[in-house]
Ligand binder design. Structure first.
Ligand code: KG4
Ligand code: ZN
Length: 325
Protein backbone atom coordinates (compact mmCIF):
# COMPACT_ATOMS: atom_id res chain seq x y z
CA UNK A 1 0.00 0.00 0.00
CA UNK A 2 1.79 3.12 -1.25
CA UNK A 3 -0.95 5.62 -0.46
CA UNK A 4 -4.42 5.67 1.09
CA UNK A 5 -6.03 9.11 0.99
CA UNK A 6 -9.41 9.40 2.73
CA UNK A 7 -11.74 12.37 2.45
CA UNK A 8 -14.79 11.89 4.65
CA UNK A 9 -18.09 13.78 4.46
CA UNK A 10 -19.08 12.53 7.95
CA UNK A 11 -18.91 16.07 9.41
CA UNK A 12 -21.29 17.38 6.73
CA UNK A 13 -23.83 14.66 7.59
CA UNK A 14 -23.52 15.04 11.38
CA UNK A 15 -25.97 17.97 11.46
CA UNK A 16 -28.64 15.69 9.97
CA UNK A 17 -27.89 12.61 12.13
CA UNK A 18 -27.25 10.39 9.10
CA UNK A 19 -25.93 10.27 5.54
CA UNK A 20 -27.75 12.62 3.15
CA UNK A 21 -27.30 11.05 -0.33
CA UNK A 22 -27.23 14.34 -2.28
CA UNK A 23 -24.69 15.89 0.10
CA UNK A 24 -22.53 12.77 -0.18
CA UNK A 25 -22.61 12.88 -4.00
CA UNK A 26 -21.86 16.61 -4.15
CA UNK A 27 -18.93 16.35 -1.79
CA UNK A 28 -17.62 13.40 -3.86
CA UNK A 29 -17.57 15.66 -6.94
CA UNK A 30 -15.63 18.31 -5.04
CA UNK A 31 -12.94 16.06 -3.61
CA UNK A 32 -12.43 13.22 -6.04
CA UNK A 33 -9.80 14.87 -8.28
CA UNK A 34 -7.78 16.39 -5.38
CA UNK A 35 -7.87 12.99 -3.60
CA UNK A 36 -6.54 11.17 -6.68
CA UNK A 37 -3.80 13.80 -7.13
CA UNK A 38 -2.84 13.47 -3.45
CA UNK A 39 -2.76 9.66 -3.74
CA UNK A 40 -0.30 9.89 -6.67
CA UNK A 41 1.85 12.42 -4.78
CA UNK A 42 1.93 10.31 -1.59
CA UNK A 43 2.87 7.23 -3.63
CA UNK A 44 5.57 9.25 -5.39
CA UNK A 45 4.06 8.02 -8.67
CA UNK A 46 2.81 9.43 -11.96
CA UNK A 47 0.35 7.79 -14.35
CA UNK A 48 3.14 5.81 -16.07
CA UNK A 49 3.62 3.92 -12.80
CA UNK A 50 -0.04 2.89 -12.52
CA UNK A 51 -0.97 -0.59 -13.81
CA UNK A 52 -4.75 -0.44 -13.44
CA UNK A 53 -7.65 1.50 -11.94
CA UNK A 54 -10.04 -0.30 -9.55
CA UNK A 55 -13.41 1.22 -8.72
CA UNK A 56 -16.46 0.31 -6.61
CA UNK A 57 -19.28 -0.88 -8.87
CA UNK A 58 -21.71 -1.38 -5.94
CA UNK A 59 -23.44 -1.77 -3.60
CA UNK A 60 -23.99 1.77 -2.38
CA UNK A 61 -25.76 5.08 -2.93
CA UNK A 62 -26.25 5.65 -6.64
CA UNK A 63 -25.06 9.28 -6.66
CA UNK A 64 -21.75 8.50 -4.97
CA UNK A 65 -21.22 5.35 -7.06
CA UNK A 66 -21.77 7.34 -10.26
CA UNK A 67 -19.16 9.97 -9.40
CA UNK A 68 -16.59 7.27 -8.65
CA UNK A 69 -17.39 5.14 -11.69
CA UNK A 70 -17.52 8.05 -14.18
CA UNK A 71 -14.20 9.40 -12.90
CA UNK A 72 -12.57 5.96 -13.10
CA UNK A 73 -14.02 5.29 -16.58
CA UNK A 74 -12.76 8.65 -17.86
CA UNK A 75 -9.29 8.07 -16.41
CA UNK A 76 -9.16 4.50 -17.77
CA UNK A 77 -9.95 5.81 -21.28
CA UNK A 78 -7.69 8.87 -21.27
CA UNK A 79 -4.74 7.23 -19.44
CA UNK A 80 -5.13 3.86 -21.25
CA UNK A 81 -5.45 1.73 -18.12
CA UNK A 82 -7.51 -1.44 -17.46
CA UNK A 83 -10.63 -0.68 -15.39
CA UNK A 84 -11.44 -3.22 -12.67
CA UNK A 85 -14.98 -3.23 -11.15
CA UNK A 86 -15.06 -4.22 -7.47
CA UNK A 87 -17.80 -5.29 -5.05
CA UNK A 88 -17.51 -2.89 -2.09
CA UNK A 89 -18.65 -5.36 0.60
CA UNK A 90 -16.30 -8.15 -0.51
CA UNK A 91 -13.53 -5.57 -0.70
CA UNK A 92 -13.86 -4.73 3.01
CA UNK A 93 -12.43 -8.18 3.86
CA UNK A 94 -9.45 -7.49 1.58
CA UNK A 95 -8.21 -4.77 3.92
CA UNK A 96 -6.79 -7.78 5.81
CA UNK A 97 -4.64 -8.79 2.83
CA UNK A 98 -2.60 -5.58 2.97
CA UNK A 99 0.47 -6.63 4.93
CA UNK A 100 3.11 -4.02 4.15
CA UNK A 101 3.35 -0.27 3.63
CA UNK A 102 5.96 2.46 3.87
CA UNK A 103 3.21 4.80 5.18
CA UNK A 104 3.56 5.80 8.85
CA UNK A 105 0.86 5.08 11.42
CA UNK A 106 -0.49 1.74 10.19
CA UNK A 107 -0.55 -1.53 12.15
CA UNK A 108 -1.00 -4.31 9.58
CA UNK A 109 -1.58 -8.07 10.02
CA UNK A 110 1.73 -9.94 10.18
CA UNK A 111 0.50 -13.32 8.99
CA UNK A 112 -0.88 -13.98 5.50
CA UNK A 113 -4.50 -15.12 5.20
CA UNK A 114 -4.93 -18.92 4.99
CA UNK A 115 -7.88 -20.57 3.23
CA UNK A 116 -10.55 -21.49 4.02
CA UNK A 117 -11.11 -18.09 5.62
CA UNK A 118 -14.20 -17.21 7.58
CA UNK A 119 -15.06 -13.53 7.38
CA UNK A 120 -17.35 -11.25 9.34
CA UNK A 121 -18.11 -8.07 7.40
CA UNK A 122 -19.90 -5.49 9.51
CA UNK A 123 -20.54 -1.97 8.24
CA UNK A 124 -23.16 0.75 8.04
CA UNK A 125 -24.89 -1.03 5.15
CA UNK A 126 -24.02 -4.71 5.63
CA UNK A 127 -23.64 -7.48 8.19
CA UNK A 128 -22.62 -10.75 6.67
CA UNK A 129 -20.65 -13.91 7.33
CA UNK A 130 -18.69 -15.14 4.32
CA UNK A 131 -16.68 -18.29 3.73
CA UNK A 132 -13.78 -17.93 1.29
CA UNK A 133 -12.38 -21.26 0.03
CA UNK A 134 -10.14 -19.25 -2.31
CA UNK A 135 -10.14 -15.78 -3.86
CA UNK A 136 -12.53 -17.05 -6.54
CA UNK A 137 -14.66 -19.49 -4.57
CA UNK A 138 -16.69 -17.93 -1.78
CA UNK A 139 -20.24 -17.86 -0.48
CA UNK A 140 -22.41 -15.90 1.93
CA UNK A 141 -23.26 -18.08 4.95
CA UNK A 142 -25.64 -15.56 6.41
CA UNK A 143 -26.58 -11.92 6.53
CA UNK A 144 -28.92 -9.46 8.18
CA UNK A 145 -32.62 -9.72 7.40
CA UNK A 146 -33.23 -6.05 8.22
CA UNK A 147 -30.89 -3.40 9.66
CA UNK A 148 -27.11 -3.67 9.28
CA UNK A 149 -25.25 -3.67 12.58
CA UNK A 150 -23.66 -0.24 11.92
CA UNK A 151 -27.10 1.12 11.12
CA UNK A 152 -28.34 -0.24 14.48
CA UNK A 153 -25.44 1.52 16.26
CA UNK A 154 -26.32 4.75 14.42
CA UNK A 155 -30.06 4.48 15.23
CA UNK A 156 -29.52 3.63 18.92
CA UNK A 157 -27.12 6.59 19.20
CA UNK A 158 -29.85 8.82 17.80
CA UNK A 159 -32.35 7.51 20.39
CA UNK A 160 -29.83 8.32 23.15
CA UNK A 161 -28.97 11.74 21.67
CA UNK A 162 -25.33 10.74 21.02
CA UNK A 163 -23.54 12.36 18.05
CA UNK A 164 -23.34 10.84 14.54
CA UNK A 165 -21.69 8.55 13.52
CA UNK A 166 -23.25 6.43 16.22
CA UNK A 167 -20.73 3.56 16.29
CA UNK A 168 -17.86 5.44 17.92
CA UNK A 169 -20.28 7.41 20.20
CA UNK A 170 -21.93 4.23 21.51
CA UNK A 171 -18.49 2.66 21.91
CA UNK A 172 -17.35 5.62 24.09
CA UNK A 173 -20.57 5.75 26.18
CA UNK A 174 -20.47 1.95 26.64
CA UNK A 175 -17.03 2.17 28.34
CA UNK A 176 -18.70 4.12 31.16
CA UNK A 177 -21.85 1.98 31.43
CA UNK A 178 -22.83 -1.39 32.88
CA UNK A 179 -23.39 -3.97 30.09
CA UNK A 180 -25.50 -6.11 32.44
CA UNK A 181 -27.82 -3.25 33.46
CA UNK A 182 -30.61 -3.97 30.96
CA UNK A 183 -31.62 -7.36 29.60
CA UNK A 184 -32.17 -7.04 25.84
CA UNK A 185 -33.39 -9.79 23.49
CA UNK A 186 -31.22 -11.61 20.94
CA UNK A 187 -33.20 -12.38 17.77
CA UNK A 188 -33.59 -16.13 17.10
CA UNK A 189 -33.78 -16.97 13.37
CA UNK A 190 -34.09 -20.34 11.62
CA UNK A 191 -30.64 -19.93 10.02
CA UNK A 192 -27.84 -19.75 12.66
CA UNK A 193 -25.83 -17.36 10.48
CA UNK A 194 -28.51 -14.79 9.73
CA UNK A 195 -29.02 -11.68 11.86
CA UNK A 196 -31.83 -9.31 12.71
CA UNK A 197 -31.04 -6.05 14.51
CA UNK A 198 -34.25 -4.14 14.01
CA UNK A 199 -35.95 -5.73 17.06
CA UNK A 200 -32.93 -4.97 19.25
CA UNK A 201 -33.12 -1.30 18.31
CA UNK A 202 -36.82 -1.23 19.23
CA UNK A 203 -36.06 -3.02 22.52
CA UNK A 204 -33.56 -0.26 23.38
CA UNK A 205 -36.22 2.35 22.59
CA UNK A 206 -38.76 0.62 24.90
CA UNK A 207 -36.17 0.21 27.70
CA UNK A 208 -35.21 3.89 27.37
CA UNK A 209 -38.87 4.98 27.59
CA UNK A 210 -39.35 2.80 30.69
CA UNK A 211 -36.17 4.13 32.36
CA UNK A 212 -37.42 7.67 31.74
CA UNK A 213 -40.66 6.69 33.53
CA UNK A 214 -42.72 7.05 30.33
CA UNK A 215 -44.86 4.73 28.21
CA UNK A 216 -44.33 3.62 24.58
CA UNK A 217 -46.10 6.70 23.20
CA UNK A 218 -43.36 8.99 24.52
CA UNK A 219 -41.60 10.46 21.43
CA UNK A 220 -38.03 9.23 20.88
CA UNK A 221 -36.74 12.76 20.14
CA UNK A 222 -37.64 13.80 23.73
CA UNK A 223 -35.69 10.87 25.25
CA UNK A 224 -32.17 12.40 25.28
CA UNK A 225 -33.45 15.13 27.66
CA UNK A 226 -35.40 12.67 29.84
CA UNK A 227 -32.46 10.28 30.48
CA UNK A 228 -29.49 10.80 32.81
CA UNK A 229 -25.89 10.31 31.63
CA UNK A 230 -25.66 7.08 33.66
CA UNK A 231 -28.85 5.73 32.12
CA UNK A 232 -27.57 6.52 28.61
CA UNK A 233 -24.24 4.84 29.33
CA UNK A 234 -26.00 1.72 30.68
CA UNK A 235 -28.28 1.56 27.64
CA UNK A 236 -25.29 1.99 25.28
CA UNK A 237 -23.29 -0.70 27.10
CA UNK A 238 -26.21 -3.16 27.23
CA UNK A 239 -27.02 -2.62 23.55
CA UNK A 240 -23.39 -2.99 22.49
CA UNK A 241 -22.95 -6.19 24.52
CA UNK A 242 -26.10 -7.79 23.06
CA UNK A 243 -25.16 -6.81 19.50
CA UNK A 244 -21.59 -8.12 19.89
CA UNK A 245 -22.74 -11.36 21.58
CA UNK A 246 -25.11 -11.98 18.65
CA UNK A 247 -22.24 -11.65 16.14
CA UNK A 248 -19.85 -13.72 18.27
CA UNK A 249 -22.41 -16.55 18.80
CA UNK A 250 -22.81 -16.92 15.02
CA UNK A 251 -19.06 -16.80 14.38
CA UNK A 252 -18.35 -19.45 17.03
CA UNK A 253 -20.95 -21.76 15.38
CA UNK A 254 -19.47 -21.14 11.93
CA UNK A 255 -15.95 -21.84 13.17
CA UNK A 256 -17.04 -25.24 14.51
CA UNK A 257 -18.94 -26.14 11.33
CA UNK A 258 -16.41 -24.98 8.69
CA UNK A 259 -12.99 -25.34 10.42
CA UNK A 260 -11.37 -22.27 8.83
CA UNK A 261 -7.62 -21.58 8.93
CA UNK A 262 -8.08 -17.84 9.42
CA UNK A 263 -10.83 -15.53 10.60
CA UNK A 264 -11.17 -12.06 9.12
CA UNK A 265 -12.98 -9.13 10.62
CA UNK A 266 -13.79 -6.17 8.37
CA UNK A 267 -16.00 -3.12 7.80
CA UNK A 268 -16.58 0.09 9.75
CA UNK A 269 -17.91 -1.70 12.85
CA UNK A 270 -14.65 -3.72 12.98
CA UNK A 271 -13.19 -0.52 14.48
CA UNK A 272 -15.05 -1.47 17.68
CA UNK A 273 -12.49 -2.65 20.25
CA UNK A 274 -15.02 -4.60 22.35
CA UNK A 275 -16.06 -6.57 19.23
CA UNK A 276 -12.39 -7.37 18.51
CA UNK A 277 -11.78 -8.44 22.11
CA UNK A 278 -14.88 -10.63 22.33
CA UNK A 279 -14.17 -12.41 19.01
CA UNK A 280 -10.51 -12.97 19.94
CA UNK A 281 -11.59 -14.35 23.32
CA UNK A 282 -14.20 -16.77 21.97
CA UNK A 283 -12.70 -17.98 18.68
CA UNK A 284 -9.94 -20.60 18.52
CA UNK A 285 -8.36 -19.45 15.25
CA UNK A 286 -6.28 -16.29 14.88
CA UNK A 287 -8.46 -13.23 14.21
CA UNK A 288 -7.12 -10.76 11.66
CA UNK A 289 -8.39 -7.17 11.98
CA UNK A 290 -7.45 -4.31 9.68
CA UNK A 291 -5.90 -1.12 11.03
CA UNK A 292 -8.71 1.26 12.14
CA UNK A 293 -8.02 3.48 9.09
CA UNK A 294 -8.64 0.46 6.84
CA UNK A 295 -11.87 -0.60 8.62
CA UNK A 296 -14.08 2.30 7.55
CA UNK A 297 -14.42 2.98 3.81
CA UNK A 298 -11.10 3.45 2.03
CA UNK A 299 -9.56 3.10 -1.43
CA UNK A 300 -6.73 0.71 -0.48
CA UNK A 301 -9.17 -2.14 0.20
CA UNK A 302 -10.74 -1.68 -3.26
CA UNK A 303 -7.32 -1.92 -4.92
CA UNK A 304 -6.39 -4.94 -2.74
CA UNK A 305 -9.59 -6.78 -3.75
CA UNK A 306 -8.97 -6.07 -7.45
CA UNK A 307 -5.38 -7.31 -7.12
CA UNK A 308 -5.94 -10.52 -5.14
CA UNK A 309 -9.28 -11.57 -6.70
CA UNK A 310 -7.84 -11.14 -10.22
CA UNK A 311 -11.10 -9.57 -11.40
CA UNK A 312 -11.16 -9.24 -15.22
CA UNK A 313 -11.22 -5.67 -16.58
CA UNK A 314 -14.51 -4.10 -17.72
CA UNK A 315 -15.19 -2.01 -20.83
CA UNK A 316 -14.62 1.61 -19.68
CA UNK A 317 -17.18 2.82 -22.24
CA UNK A 318 -19.88 0.54 -20.79
CA UNK A 319 -19.32 -0.06 -17.04
CA UNK A 320 -22.58 0.53 -15.14
CA UNK A 321 -22.88 0.95 -11.37
CA UNK A 322 -25.12 -1.53 -9.48
CA UNK A 323 -26.50 0.06 -6.27
CA UNK A 324 -27.95 -3.29 -5.06
CA UNK A 325 -24.99 -5.49 -6.10
O1 KG4 B 1 -17.69 0.49 6.34
P1 KG4 B 1 -18.20 1.84 6.68
O2 KG4 B 1 -17.21 2.96 6.80
O3 KG4 B 1 -19.26 2.32 5.65
C1 KG4 B 1 -20.16 1.47 5.03
O4 KG4 B 1 -19.79 0.85 4.00
O5 KG4 B 1 -21.27 1.35 5.59
O6 KG4 B 1 -19.03 1.66 8.06
C2 KG4 B 1 -19.62 2.75 8.71
C3 KG4 B 1 -20.30 2.25 9.98
C4 KG4 B 1 -21.19 3.30 10.66
O7 KG4 B 1 -22.46 2.72 10.89
C5 KG4 B 1 -20.45 3.58 11.98
O8 KG4 B 1 -21.33 3.94 13.04
C6 KG4 B 1 -19.76 2.26 12.25
O9 KG4 B 1 -19.32 1.84 10.96
N1 KG4 B 1 -18.63 2.38 13.18
C7 KG4 B 1 -18.58 1.77 14.39
C8 KG4 B 1 -17.36 2.19 15.01
N2 KG4 B 1 -16.71 3.03 14.14
C9 KG4 B 1 -17.51 3.12 13.02
N3 KG4 B 1 -19.44 0.94 14.99
C10 KG4 B 1 -19.13 0.49 16.23
N4 KG4 B 1 -18.01 0.87 16.90
C11 KG4 B 1 -17.10 1.69 16.34
N5 KG4 B 1 -16.00 2.03 17.01
ZN1 ZN C 1 -18.07 0.20 3.49
Amino acid sequence: MLSNVISSSVDLHAAYGGVVPEIAARSHIEVIIPVIEQALTDANADWDGIDAIAVTQGPGLIGSLLIGALTARTLAITKHKPLIPVNHVLAHAYANFITSTPLPGYTLPKSAVGFPALSLIVSGGHSQIMLYKSHKDYNILGQTRDDAIGEAFDKVAKILGLPYPGGPSIDRAAQMGNPGAIKLPKAKLDSPYDFSFSGLKTAVLRAAQEMAGKDFTFPSYELPKALSEDQKNDLAASFQKTAIDTLADAMVKAEVEFSPKTILLAGGVAANQSLRNELSRRLKNPLLCPDIKLCTDNAAMIAAAAYFMKIPPADPYKLEVIPSL
